[in-house]
Design a protein around this ligand. Structure first.
Ligand SMILES: *[C@@H]1O[C@H](CO)[C@@H](O)[C@H](O)[C@H]1NC(C)=O
Ligand SMILES: *[C@@H]1O[C@H](CO)[C@@H](O)[C@H](O)[C@H]1NC(C)=O
Ligand SMILES: *[C@@H]1O[C@H](CO)[C@@H](O)[C@H](O)[C@H]1NC(C)=O
Length: 322
């Protein structure tokens, strides 16, 4: 062999070895590292019985309590977390029992695909599927699925420390609601993007059978996609939960946060995934009447347990790729 062909064989071998490393991301190709469904949510997430930092009318319970009250329920194809929907609350007592989950693992460059059958809906609800780094806001926050009072569509938002913004015009299907991601200068609003599909949130999401949310976070950008169930357009490797994926084939994201005016690597440390459901509080409470909801938010949550029958998440699965 000539020196040149030896060199090209060497490069080919290195590429082949790299592409077979488990979980080794090469370009935009990722391998499956965590496949979570049913009861495996219980060993990959912890229940956090903490006070809600956003002042909601909620009482987050621990895992034993959640399972005893059937607020957390796992079976083969379903992982369900819900709020209590039978108790009239003492206005001077604790808030409505609910569940807040945090992943035991932190993820740096990764793709996470959430296959969701149902999400919490109704006046007073404030559900979220999101990620957060260390020492908030320094490690960043990425809200993947979040909203209040059943108002569609979904809003994706980044919250960061100072010095991170995004261009108003960028390659995405959603609509920007703000370009400065700094929590200090935006009253914690961050830089949001409304998903351009009403089936992305709340009762419209549920009546359509849910769908898939995906996040791709690298050192250079954050992208979020939403595909409604039966909406067409979902890549086969997403809907099937393939062992390997290539995000370059996924089409224009719903929300895109490039590093043009934000050093994504320094504003986002490895992220924990959090799934929580609160009531009223800083966002749902202040937006409550404007959302067309009756009376006051706290009274409604205290006195109408049956209104929260559909305040639950049902996850078919979560797959993490790295
Ligand atoms: C617990 O909740 C699940 C999901 O909502 C339901 O299918 C099941 O019947 C409930 N179990 C009990 C004992 O109520
Ligand atoms: C969940 O908790 C975090 C703070 O830990 C907060 O930023 C977020 O808004 C909360 N959302 C819900 C739905 O509780
Ligand atoms: C979503 O629904 C609202 C209210 O019905 C409507 O004004 C809006 O145009 C819809 N947006 C999309 C993207 O379908």
């Amino acid at each position: 062999m000539t020196g040149a062909s030896l060199l090209s064989w060497g490069i080919l071998t290195i590429l082949l070895v790299l592409s077979y490393l488990p979980g080794g991301a090469l370009g935009d190709t990722y391998g499956l590292t965590d496949s979570i469904s049913g009861s495996s949510f219980l060993s990959t997430f912890s229940h956090e019985a903490i006070p809600d930092p956003t002042h909601g009318r909620v009482k987050y319970v621990d895992q034993a309590t959640a399972q005893r009250l059937n607020l957390t329920y796992a079976s083969g194809k379903h992982f369900i977390i819900r709020a209590d929907h039978t108790t009239v609350l003492d206005p001077n007592g604790a808030g409505r029992d609910s569940v807040r989950l945090q992943s035991l693992t932190q993820y740096n460059t990764h793709v996470a695909v959430f296959n969701i059958n149902h999400m919490p809906q109704g006046c007073g609800t404030w559900p979220a599927v999101w990620e957060v780094g260390a020492n908030w806001p320094n490690g960043g926050e990425i809200d993947i699925l979040e909203g209040v009072n059943d108002v569609s569509p979904n809003q994706v938002t980044l919250h960061t420390a100072a010095g991170c913004s995004v261009p108003a015009q960028r390659f995405m299907t959603g609509t920007s609601t703000g370009t400065d991601c700094n929590v200090a200068t935006t009253g914690n609003a961050g830089c949001g993007v409304k998903v351009n599909d009403n089936r992305s949130y709340g009762s419209a999401f549920n009546s359509n059978g849910g769908g898939w949310y995906a996040i791709e976070k690298t050192d250079d950008f954050v992208k979020i996609w939403f595909w409604p169930r039966n909406g067409g357009g979902v890549p086969g490797e997403v809907s099937s939960g393939s062992d390997s994926i290539d995000t370059t084939n996924w089409g224009t994201p719903s929300a895109y946060f490039p590093n043009a005016q934000c050093n994504v690597a320094s504003h986002f440390s490895p992220q924990n995934i959090i799934i929580n459901l609160t009531f009223c509080g800083d966002w749902a409470g202040s937006a409550y009447s404007g959302s067309g909801c009756p009376g006051s938010c706290v009274d409604y949550v205290n006195n109408n347990p049956s209104a929260f029958k559909n305040a639950y998440f049902d996850f078919a699965w979560l797959k993490i790729y790295q």
